[in-house]
Design a protein around this ligand. Structure first.
Ligand code: SF4
Ligand code: SF4
Length: 178
């Protein structure tokens, strides 16, 4: 059954709208003298909280070697299908030829990335890491497509205990490293 709600009749003062205007101005004035909370970005900038997840990058180890083994787990887990990894072989004459693979190409479409961090969580080598960069822009979608070179340039070095280079793997050494 429908209930008819009776509308309250406005008093003559309310019909002038003056109380509403005055209370609105009061709120404006109250905030006018408070310290400013807005920043004039990008000239002004505030520090990011600990654990902030910005754009994903590729990182190298302390000797400048690629950690990525092109297992494609990050590609499979990415909810927005932003990652494309093309596995490649390590050349037979390399001292690291015993390692299975390395990416021949690795791209992340930053126009699709939602900074969720699933790729970082899935990576067995801690090769893909979300860092603090958050301001990504370009004049076309292709400018937001980051290739391997620019992903490594953005990522830099992240010293870590990884097993990739060892010929004999001992998983107990990895405990506590992630
Ligand atoms: S970044 Fe990590 S998860 Fe992605 S392909 Fe490389 S090793 Fe695998
Ligand atoms: S942060 Fe999320 S959306 Fe971005 S590349 Fe990684 S898994 Fe994909």
């Amino acid at each position: 059954m429908a209930i008819v709600v009776e509308r309250k009749r406005l008093s003559w003062l309310e019909r002038t709208y003056l109380p509403q205007i005055v209370s609105g101005l009061y709120i404006t004035l109250k905030n006018f003298f408070k310290p400013k909370v807005t920043l004039e970005y990008p000239d002004q900038y505030t520090s990011l909280p600990a654990g902030y997840r910005g754009a994903p990058t590729l990182v190298k180890d302390s000797q400048g070697r690629e950690k990525c083994v092109s297992c494609q787990l990050c590609e499979f887990v990415c909810p927005s299908k932003a990652i494309k990894v093309v596995p490649g072989e390590i050349s037979a004459d390399s001292e690291y030829a015993y390692i299975e693979k390395a990416p021949s190409s690795f791209t992340i479409d930053m126009a699709r990335c939602i900074f969720c961090g699933m790729c970082e969580e899935a990576c067995p080598e801690r090769a893909i890491v979300l860092q603090t960069e958050f301001s990504l822009n370009g004049l076309s979608r292709s400018e937001l497509l980051r290739d391997k070179r620019s992903l490594y340039a953005a990522g830099g070095i992240l010293p870590d205990k990884i097993m990739k280079w060892k010929k004999v793997k001992d998983n107990s050494e990895l405990e506590g490293s992630h």
